[in-house]
Design a protein around this ligand. Structure first.
Ligand SMILES: [Ca+2]
Length: 174
């Protein structure tokens, strides 16, 4: 009858030691852990708000239709657009969040940045495809043409008159 009691006591001591070790180790990783936790919090928000969206890595989300969102940690970047893709960036010089597309249509495929939380959000872009991307502001009827992304082109800053206005675009296969 005494043995089970002893076992329980030993288990409790081990648990207390393990908890103490975790608490002592925490400060060494606080800075990195905080930045990663912030990115994860943002990823969780995006996934929760978009049915079918899945986290595919640290700071990356793939929506149900295959469009990809990259959320960089504070002080780092999402990286340049992949070859064969075209991307919209939150800030100038390809910084902040990155939204990656690949598809097109022979007569112009309409897609909406607002479907991915990216309406009124784009400040720079890269088009590493053979497609032509025509970008619009949906605040007006009909939509106002903002800029055109030629194949292989990019822009570090769309300019003050069209910054943070893009809502939709039409992609013509190249
Ligand atoms: Ca707009």
């Amino acid at each position: 009858m005494r043995i089970p009691h002893l076992t329980r006591a030993v288990t409790t001591v081990v648990a207390v030691v393990a908890t103490t070790a975790t608490v002592l180790a925490a400060p060494a990783h606080a800075a990195t852990g905080g930045a990663q936790a912030d990115v994860q919090r943002q990823v969780d928000q995006v996934v929760a708000g978009h049915p079918g969206a899945q986290q595919t890595g640290s700071g990356t989300v793939r929506f149900a239709d295959g469009v990809e969102l990259t959320i960089p940690a504070a002080g780092s970047t999402a990286g340049v657009c992949d070859a064969g893709a075209y991307c919209f960036f939150q800030w100038d010089d390809y910084e902040g969040r990155k939204l990656t597309f690949r598809d097109c249509g022979p007569t112009g495929l309409w897609q909406y940045l607002t479907d991915y939380g990216f309406g009124n959000y784009t400040t720079s872009w890269q088009n590493y495809t053979d497609h032509t991307v025509v970008v619009y502001d949906q605040a007006t009827a009909p939509p106002t043409h903002l800029w055109t992304e030629n194949p292989g082109a990019e822009s570090t800053y769309v300019g003050p008159s069209v910054d943070n206005k893009a809502d939709s675009f039409q992609t013509y296969c190249g």
